[in-house]
Design a binder for this molecule. Structure first.
Ligand SMILES: Cc1cc2nc3c(=O)[nH]c(=O)nc-3n(C[C@H](O)[C@H](O)[C@H](O)COP(=O)(O)OP(=O)(O)OC[C@H]3O[C@@H](n4cnc5c(N)ncnc54)[C@H](O)[C@@H]3O)c2cc1C
Length: 245
């Protein structure tokens, strides 16, 4: 892993406690910073290292991360509240194995379960897949506190409008009631079974991704496997055991 000093190009507020931070990667470093959808960079801030997933499609040659400030979180609070455009940070070259194969000529169904800032690598996968796969069906089951805490809410809506036949976003809230009870609360084992009964035909799923808090990953990876998806096609990224939605 190699670090370079990169300049912060843009900071966009995504929610009350989350920001999107874009870095200026000089042309001579583009090759080193090439990445696959789902990969992350590591920031080194005064000796503290934290990983953050890249949220853009690699095709767009943009390097951005989505950071959600954690309660008492040292680095996430600094990034969300104090970092300024023009500041320089030590940023590693991308790495990580939370990636899926590209299948531009196939009709396939992708399934993602995520919560809170876990959407970040999924955004990159979604955007890239939509750019490169005409026949993809991409289902995202996304848990948040409420509507206002959805990171990338506008971007998700725009992608749904642009690719209505390819993108299916299912929002779940833990602290806001919705008309259909299935969308209220976290996705536990029971909820997963309901989703399989009512929304998704698991036999059509080619790759499943889970990204978020540890408990969600452990529960859902097991359930997805029991439902018939073999381990090779189940991909997960554990952000942090204490990630809150
Ligand atoms: C591969 C990977 C990708 C990631 N991608 C993203 C991403 O895209 N976006 C994102 O927002 N995050 C991402 N994360 C998480 C990120 O790396 C950080 O872990 C997160 O931002 C919290 O860091 P922090 O310094 O703010 O919190 P820390 O200061 O490290 O604390 C983490 C949490 O633990 C609690 N805590 C700290 N110390 C204690 C203590 N002594 N006792 C009890 N509780 C304590 C804090 O309240 C806080 O909630 C990713 C993690 C990994 C591993």
């Amino acid at each position: 892993m190699k670090f370079n000093l990169l300049t912060v190009k843009e900071i966009v507020k995504l929610t009350a406690d989350a920001v999107q931070i874009s870095f200026d990667v000089p042309e001579e470093l583009h090759e080193e910073y090439n990445f696959l959808p789902g990969q992350y960079i590591t920031l080194n801030i005064n000796g503290e290292r934290r990983d953050y997933s890249l949220c853009e499609s690699p095709n767009d040659k943009k390097w951005s991360i989505g950071v959600k400030s954690q309660p008492n979180g040292k680095i996430s609070s600094y990034l969300a509240n104090e970092l300024k455009v023009g500041d320089q940070l030590e940023v590693s070259t991308p790495s990580g194995r939370f990636t899926i194969p590209t299948k531009p000529n196939e009709k396939r169904t992708l399934l993602a379960f995520t919560a809170g800032s876990g959407i970040t690598p999924i955004m990159s996968m979604l955007e890239f897949t939509l750019q490169t796969e005409e026949w993809v069906n991409f289902h995202i089951f996304y848990v948040n506190r409420d509507e206002n805490s959805i990171m990338f809410k506008e971007r998700l809506t725009e992608l749904k409008q642009k690719y209505p036949n390819n993108v299916f976003i299912h929002h779940f809230y833990t602290r806001q009631d919705q008309e259909n009870f299935i969308y209220n609360g976290r996705i536990d084992e029971k909820k997963f079974d309901l989703i399989l009964n009512q929304i998704i035909d698991i036999n059509e799923v080619d790759e499943a991704m889970v990204c978020g808090p540890e408990q969600m990953i452990l529960t859902l990876a097991k359930k997805i496997n029991e439902a018939g998806i073999i381990e090779k096609h189940i991909h997960f990224e554990m952000f942090n055991p204490s990630v809150k939605t």
